[in-house]
Design a protein around this ligand. Structure first.
Ligand code: ADP
Ligand code: MG
Length: 311
């Protein structure tokens, strides 16, 4: 591990949870992480996805210094996870932050800020800003009366209380309605534009697809894929050709070029190459077809993910 520009860097992380059953040789130890190496650059929104039990929380806990790897190494902001000075530059929204508190959001954030060693003078300015950013400005009721969505917004404000350079978010849009999810996405892209790095973990794949720069698929403790949403949703080369109308002559022309699937006046097929696609267009035009549009068929991140984890 030589490059210190990476905000997060891990090398061959392994995590095995010992249990009394494995200690007594009653069962083999089940590894949660099996050699995870990753790199997250400054200013990225990095998405971690994987099925339940894939090892996502285990990985995040190691990065936060809450848990130690069985073997392998991790570096965070040029230091080691768990170091107090590093931890103060990191924000964390845990998966289920539940605060049953009689305090109001403002007071609770002040308390949390003080616990994070943020000076009161800074908090007096920052807390109203944060409440505004997460859409809780003017909310006066005690936190224990908050809805799930309001709790989630408060959790985000709490994660940002120390103005962190690196933000870990476990399911940040859980419990939010579509408008709330959009607000969170906007907040994350704003943080990115300020040069902050976001490490995001969500099972809402459409959210991940919309906001992340890079995505890692964790599968049974291993890195299955790392790539951009564009790479993952590019599809398999299938195209759809939309016509204004379809005749028997057009159908016959298309069938002469490739195996096609018709859906009303649109045909789908997978050209071997560009020449094959052009041949299709020539034949359709020769049969007097009126072409409205030609579009690549994209995949959703969910479709891609399901294919990867089924393999
Ligand atoms: N504290 C623990 N003790 C024993 N096994 C654990 C512990 N935490 C997680 N595991 C196991 O490690 C695997 C990965 O879990 P986890 O990291 O929570 O996955 P995810 O967050 O992707 O759902 C699972 O098989 C889980 O049962
Ligand atoms: Mg988890």
């Amino acid at each position: 591990m030589t490059n210190t520009n990476a905000v997060i860097e891990t090398q061959d992380l392994h995590k095995v949870y010992p249990s009394w059953r494995t200690r007594l040789n009653l069962a083999p130890a089940v590894p949660a992480l099996k050699g995870v190496s990753l790199r997250v650059e400054r200013g990225e929104i990095f998405g971690l996805i994987g099925a339940n039990g894939a090892g996502k929380t285990s990985l995040v806990k190691i990065l936060l210094g809450i848990s130690r790897p069985t073997s392998g190494a991790a570096r965070l902001l040029g230091g080691v996870p768990g170091d107090g000075a590093i931890r103060r530059r990191v924000g964390y929204l845990p998966e289920s932050m539940r605060v049953q508190d009689h305090l109001r959001a403002e007071s609770l954030l002040h308390l949390m800020g003080r616990l994070n060693s943020v000076p009161s003078s800074i908090l007096r300015r920052r807390i109203p800003e944060l409440l505004e950013q997460v859409g809780l400005a003017g909310v006066k009721k005690p936190v224990k009366e908050f809805s799930k969505g309001m709790n989630q917004r408060l959790g985000l404000a709490q994660a940002l209380i120390n103005d962190p350079e690196l933000l870990f978010l476990d399911e940040p849009t859980d419990g939010l309605d579509p408008l709330g999810r959009k607000e969170v996405r906007d907040l994350l892209t704003r943080l990115r534009s300020e040069g902050k790095t976001v490490f995001l973990n969500s099972h809402l794949l459409s959210e991940i697809e919309m906001v992340c720069d890079r995505i890692m698929i964790l599968h049974r403790g291993e890195v299955a894929r790392t790539g951009s949403p564009e790479e993952f949703t590019r599809g398999a080369g299938e195209v759809v050709i939309r016509l204004t109308a379809v005749s028997e002559a057009v159908r016959a022309a298309a069938a002469g070029v490739a195996v096609v699937a018709w859906q009303a006046t649109a045909l789908r097929f997978t050209p071997r190459d560009q020449a094959h696609l052009n041949e299709m267009i020539d034949r359709l035009r020769a049969a007097s077809a009126d072409i409205e549009a030609i579009e690549p068929v994209k995949e959703s991140l969910e479709q891609f993910f399901l294919k990867v984890v089924a393999a």
